[in-house]
Design a protein around this ligand. Structure first.
Ligand SMILES: C[S@@+](CC[C@H](N)C(=O)[O-])C[C@H]1O[C@@H](n2cnc3c(N)ncnc32)[C@H](O)[C@@H]1O
Length: 263
């Protein structure tokens, strides 16, 4: 079985996996550790450019599932005539996103706390569905597509900002598969990749070192405060170092536009 389909039982486990936490206990400390971040995965500027390039509607409905601190929608809502909804499981992230929207006078963007796996609880249909660096929250890409179908209009676009491993790489990752598997899982769901943006077009890795240092600094502060949890925070630092290395050396970062297959 695809390891992307390993059962993730609780919302906390789902959040932990998406944030590369090996221990669920770390989740409650994420708002502290990531306090220096506005974007925590995808590039708000790149995704805004991509929506602008591919939008054909006068007013567009956009949902960002696992929106983090809301950076992507806050940028989008200011540059595209839209109604936006962002959902994330971390309350502190949503509070931050709502506060940012309020400070900028943005009224076309709402953020709410929720478990994004419960798609049956999400009302309405959306022209764009953003999945920004959320990893395996829904399982493999077949399962992901099937879960999202009730939220799609006929010509909706799913923006999948993720990564894959090129076929020629001798590298394995529990959460990231090969491009071939990704394409075949999406096809099995009667969906297709209609466009792909790669590398420099979408990702800015010049910030990786600073981000890693910020994470390290905040974890060391937590170690001073909670010395009995030293191993938990040191484990997170090690994991982040590994993941930043993988992003630079092993994984192809890609933003894929996915639509229903035309019969
Ligand atoms: C790596 S972050 C990406 C955040 C954002 N999309 C971005 O690119 O800035 C993954 C996000 O998914 C959220 N998440 C993971 N599983 C979730 C779930 N089941 N329900 C709600 N949010 C979830 C996490 O809380 C986290 O904010």
């Amino acid at each position: 079985m695809d390891s992307r389909n390993d059962i993730i039982n609780t919302e906390q486990e789902s959040i932990a996996t998406s944030m590369d936490c090996e221990d669920v206990e770390l989740v409650e400390y994420l708002p502290y550790i990531l306090q220096d971040f506005h974007e925590i995965g995808s590039s708000a500027q790149s995704l805004t450019k991509i929506v602008k390039e591919n939008n054909t509607k006068e007013t567009v409905k956009i949902i960002d599932l696992g929106c983090g601190k809301g950076a992507v929608l806050i940028e989008l809502a200011q540059h595209v005539k839209s109604e936006c909804l962002g959902i994330d499981g971390i309350k502190e992230f949503i509070d931050y996103a709502n506060e940012q929207a309020r400070m900028r006078g943005i009224i076309n963007c709402k953020f709410q706390v929720g478990d994004i796996r419960k798609t049956d609880k999400i009302e309405g249909k959306y022209n764009f569905i953003i999945l920004g660096s959320i990893g395996t929250v829904y399982g493999d890409y077949y399962t992901t597509m099937e879960r999202l179908k009730p939220l799609l209009c006929d010509d909706s676009i799913i923006i999948l900002d993720d990564g894959y491993i090129e076929e020629n790489k001798d590298f394995n990752h529990v959460k990231i598969g090969t491009k071939k598997d990704l394409i075949s899982q999406i096809k099995t769901s009667d969906m297709e990749i209609v466009k792909e943006y790669l590398g420099d077009e979408i990702s800015d890795n010049s910030e990786y070192e600073k981000q890693y240092q910020d994470i390290k600094k905040r974890c060391h502060e937590l170690i001073l405060k909670y010395p009995n949890k030293k191993e938990l925070f040191e484990g997170y630092i090690r994991k982040q170092e590994e993941e930043y290395h993988n992003l630079e050396e092993e994984i192809t970062c890609s933003t894929m536009l996915i639509k229903r297959k035309v019969a």
